[in-house]
Design a protein around this ligand. Structure first.
Ligand SMILES: *Cc1c(COP(=O)(O)O)cnc(C)c1O
Length: 392
């Protein structure tokens, strides 16, 4: 067999990420590759920093995209802030808190876990108890938007609480950035990381991070070198730090950065608050359709993420068969449940560019048709109309 160019079938991406990438961003990715120290490229990097400061709502100097996906942003925060022997309180209410624990341990720290049921927001009272019981803790780490369950936690309240007990916070904002309210400076967040393939709607492969001056000071005063050469901020900043002295650290993923730059320009044109409002509105429309069908959400209304909808799979319905059919017949990708929720929920993403009325209607119609065809007990043929009523 002769192997020729790979030409993927266009899909509608409504899972937990990656989300649909807009034609504007795809076009930006195809622009000519130039050098990573080319003056034009360096001009783009300066803009990138301003754009990221805007989406994070911060003036933090130490704000840049790590050259790898969200998991590397997570690792950057832990590797630079955690030293051997440090104690970190880690909240877990889904998959990603478990990865934070792994990071702490691998940095030589001790993780004190505060566990909540999957699908629930982080319980503030339990966190306060852990902070009281562990007065030697250095950091509180938590996930703002738990993509594995669709639950949002109160990042502002958790940060206030951590500071009351002299802890820094590390916040996972991979799914929240651009999709729901997040204000790094107003909420006084110390270290935060995100990803490009969720509500930024750029391709995967970059992880925007931001560190407050206080966090930067803690990193500067480390007693031990950061165990990861690639993620050591004191070295990476030789390239991203600016000040007209950019030096080679690694070759930046140049075209991927064009894509993120364009995605951020698109977001700035729309306005961050308008983007949050759009995500909320599309969620309400999807919700109306889902509920009209007779399906339900696993997360309490007050804690639901608009950009990630965890919907219960009706009794007797084969999870994978439905998702396979959606992909094969409708080119539509939705997500499966993870971990404790595997086989119990579908995760319908409404992230970034994918969070639009056309997608809401398309997804509801496809789900309605597939479930009706396989004889699932749902209210057929009413979902799209219910959603439309919320889209006027
Ligand atoms: C997707 C995700 C990550 C990991 O990001 P990758 O880009 O897949 O490495 C981390 N945390 C949360 C909450 C996520 O949704």
């Amino acid at each position: 067999m002769t192997i020729t160019s790979f030409k993927p079938t266009p899909r509608t991406l409504m899972g937990p990420g990656p989300s649909d990438v807009s034609p504007r961003v795809l076009e930006a990715l195809a622009r000519p590759t130039i050098g990573h120290l080319d003056p034009e490229f360096i001009g783009m990097m300066d803009e990138m920093k301003q754009l990221l400061q805007y989406v994070f709502q911060t003036k933090n100097e130490l704000t840049f995209p790590v050259s790898a996906p969200g998991s590397a942003g997570m690792e950057t925060c832990f590797a630079n802030l955690v030293e051997p022997g440090d104690k970190v309180i880690v909240c877990q209410n889904g998959v990603f808190g478990g990865r934070m624990k792994e990071n702490v341990t691998r940095c030589g720290g001790t993780a004190v876990m505060v566990e909540d049921e999957w699908g629930k927001a982080i319980d503030i009272a339990k966190v306060e108890q852990a902070l009281k019981d562990n007065s030697d803790a250095k950091i509180l780490a938590f996930v703002h938007a738990e993509t594995s369950t669709g639950a949002q936690s109160d990042a502002k309240a958790l940060t206030v609480l951590a500071h009351k007990y002299d802890c820094l916070v590390i916040v996972d904002a991979v799914t929240s950035l651009g999709g729901t309210e997040l204000r790094v400076d107003d909420w006084d967040i110390d270290a935060i990381y995100s990803g490009t393939q969720k509500c930024m709607s750029a391709p995967p492969g970059l992880s925007p991070v931001s560190f407050s001056d206080k966090a930067a000071e803690v990193i500067k005063n480390r007693k031990t070198p950061v165990q990861s050469w690639f993620l050591d901020l004191s070295l990476v900043m030789g390239y991203w730090g600016g000040g007209g002295k950019r030096a080679y650290h690694h070759t930046a993923p140049i075209n991927n950065l064009y894509g993120l730059h364009e995605a951020l320009v698109v977001l700035k044109e729309e306005g961050l608050e308008n983007s949050w409002a759009r995500h909320a509105k599309m969620h309400q429309a999807l919700r109306a359709g889902i509920e009209a069908m007779g399906l339900s959400f696993i997360v309490d209304e007050t804690d639901r993420l608009p950009q990630l909808n965890a919907v219960t799979i009706p009794d007797g319905v084969d999870d994978a068969a439905v998702r396979d059919k959606l992909l094969a017949d409708y080119n539509l990708e939705i997500g499966a449940g993870l971990g404790a929720l595997a086989g119990k929920v579908w995760r319908i993403g409404l992230m970034g560019y994918a969070s639009n009325a056309k997608n809401v209607e398309y997804c509801l119609n496809a789900l309605d048709e597939v479930l009706t065809e396989i004889g699932a007990k749902i209210n057929s043929g009413v979902a799209v109309e219910a959603a439309k009523a919320k889209l006027v």
